[in-house]
Write a protein that binds this ligand. Structure first.
Ligand code: NAP
Ligand code: ZN
Ligand code: ZN
Length: 353
């Protein structure tokens, strides 16, 4: 077994604390990465605190991973030791169901194996994520980091990037369209950058007046305070597409009413409680309410290449792992600008972590 050290929650109430644990021995198709950087997604907080229902513990979160390959299994062809590599939200799937065959592994009929808290079929235990010094992953679920990309600022692309890129592509967002983004956090700031790079007119809807200048710098053409009823009314029936990244309960009907006829609102934020939908907000203009979940492996690689071509990375606050619990408190308040990334060197330089 491979020895690992990371930060884990042991219960919904416990702060994250150092934990030693084991990962599987390298299988023929596996690569082992020394983790250099790991982004902090709001999903990590939802899961560490069992906000979506009971999680499995110990919970080592983290699915925005960039590292260096330190070893490869005997059958690996895609990677060599010393190369940069990345891992996102899933580490395996059945590989034979229609979704897997179509490159939409995140919708695997057997359930994709999530990077943390999923079933680890080799050990019989659970998967552990990227708040740790290393990870063992099948090369088929490991991404290449395009040359020249800053590794720390690339890490958040592995979840926040693909989760916003995939629906923008699926609904063919581009020039001539007006796209709304709800919430300026980790996902929201990537949605602004990506929709702007795809050529759309981008409007940010935020609850935070102090984020306006940043939003414009990140790619928003207009900024609207979503709690200002008059400002919201001025945007009624004007949007082609909305991507809603809000992590908490909020008024989804106010957002739906901004769509033009036949417009689509795609929910990617995952508030723990149901969002009440007023069906009149849908029927009046044949609007659609949809959802999207991360993206497939090939599409994640495509997204990384797109970002490399357009000079897009995440705006990050780099933290040592010892500050993770304080970071969670700021994340819960929507105060991050715009993604925390853990510098894993902070773990290695302190043997007791
Ligand atoms: P984040 O950085 O915390 O950003 C969430 C943003 O939502 C906040 O910055 C805030 O933006 C807004 N917000 C928070 N509370 C709000 C409230 N009560 N009312 C209105 N707006 C509020 O979170 P994230 O990492 O981007 O993740 C966002 C959500 O997406 C989470 O629920 C996460 O679990 C989910 N997620 C889903 C997928 C998927 O595949 N579907 C993948 C990753 C994450 P403003 O200050 O601008 O209002
Ligand atoms: Zn995530
Ligand atoms: Zn499958």
């Amino acid at each position: 077994m491979i020895q690992s050290i990371g930060y884990a929650a042991l219960s919904p109430q416990s702060p994250l604390a150092p934990l030693r644990f084991e990962r599987r021995e390298l299988q023929p198709n596996d690569v082992v990465l020394e983790i250099l950087f790991c982004g902090v997604c709001h999903s990590d907080l939802h899961v560490a605190r069992s906000e979506w229902g009971p999680s499995r513990y110990p919970c080592v979160p983290g699915h925005e991973i960039v590292g260096r390959v330190t070893g490869v299994g005997s059958a690996v062809t895609k990677f060599r030791a010393g190369e940069m590599a990345a891992v996102g939200c899933m580490v395996d799937s059945c590989r034979s169901c229609p979704s897997c065959r179509e490159g939409e592994e995140q919708f695997c009929d057997q359930g994709a194996v999530m990077t943390y808290g999923g079933p680890e079929k080799h050990t019989g235990g659970i998967t552990y994520g990227g708040y740790s010094n290393n990870i063992v992953v099948d090369e088929a679920y490991t991404l290449k980091v395009p040359a020249g990309m800053d590794p720390a600022a690339t890490a958040p692309l592995l979840c926040a990037g693909i989760t916003t890129y995939s629906p923008l592509r699926h609904w063919k967002v581009g020039p001539g369209q007006v796209v709304g983004v709800f919430g300026l956090g980790g996902l929201g700031h990537m949605a602004l950058k990506l929709a702007h790079a795809m050529g759309a007119h981008v409007v940010l809807f935020t609850t935070s007046p102090d984020k306006e200048a940043d939003a414009r710098r990140l790619g928003a053409d207009d900024v609207v305070l979503s709690r200002d009823k008059a400002a919201m009314k001025a945007w009624r029936n004007r949007l082609d597409f909305i991507i809603d990244t809000v992590s908490a309960p909020h008024d989804i009907n106010a957002a739906l009413n901004l769509l033009k006829r036949d417009g689509t609102l795609c929910q990617v934020g995952l508030p723990p409680a149901p969002l009440p939908v007023n069906v009149f907000a849908l029927t009046g203009r044949r609007r659609r309410l949809a959802g999207s979940f991360i993206g497939g492996i090939a599409e994640t690689q495509e997204m990384l290449e797109f970002c490399a071509q357009h000079g897009i990375v995440s705006d990050i606050e780099l933290i040592p792992i010892q500050e993770i619990n304080a970071a969670y408190e700021r994340l819960a308040k929507g105060e991050v600008k715009y993604r925390f990334v853990i510098d894993m060197a902070s773990l290695a330089t302190n043997a007791d972590a």
